[in-house]
Design a protein around this ligand. Structure first.
Ligand SMILES: [Zn+2]
Ligand SMILES: [Zn+2]
Length: 149
């Protein structure tokens, strides 16, 4: 049995590559080199003991991500997909700011590869990081690698 192939463009280098059609939604990179580039840019989640008291609805800032609500249109952040992504980013990073490690401040789930420029990376948990408000403001130049792409 032969599978049909589709042509996609790599989210990192922009080159076309072909994959079997059934993989077209998950395939994002032309090969291991570009996948490696992606992994390099993505910081590993901070390891730490989960503070169970501050999970879920007990967390003081659960659901109060107001700045982000303002920045994105309601339609975009009300999708189940976005909510699931955000939840996964919070859990992956243990509700801590990636930069200063602070827990319990106002945290924002942020895209490392920008939302607007990399639509196919929007819902990858690896593409999310948590930043407190203070660190979020300083972020722009710090992650210039991702911004240059
Ligand atoms: Zn590539
Ligand atoms: Zn911080």
């Amino acid at each position: 049995m032969r599978y049909s192939q589709v042509i996609l463009s790599c989210v990192i280098c922009g080159n076309d590559f072909s994959v079997f059609a059934y993989r077209s939604t998950e395939a994002k990179f032309c090969g291991y080199n570009c996948y490696g580039e992606f992994r390099k840019t993505i910081p590993a989640p901070m390891k730490g003991k989960p503070n169970l008291k501050l999970r879920g609805e007990n967390h003081p800032n659960w659901n109060t991500n107001r700045e982000q609500v303002i920045r994105r249109t309601r339609k975009e952040i009300n999708t189940l997909e976005y909510k699931a992504w955000r939840k996964e980013v919070f859990e992956r990073h243990d509700y801590r700011c990636f930069d200063c490690g602070e827990k319990g401040g106002i945290l924002q789930a942020d895209h490392i590869y920008p939302w607007a420029k990399f639509p196919r990376l929007r819902y990858m948990p690896e593409n999310g990081q948590l930043l407190c408000l203070k660190c979020h403001r300083e972020k722009t130049h710090r992650y210039s690698l991702a911004a240059r792409l």
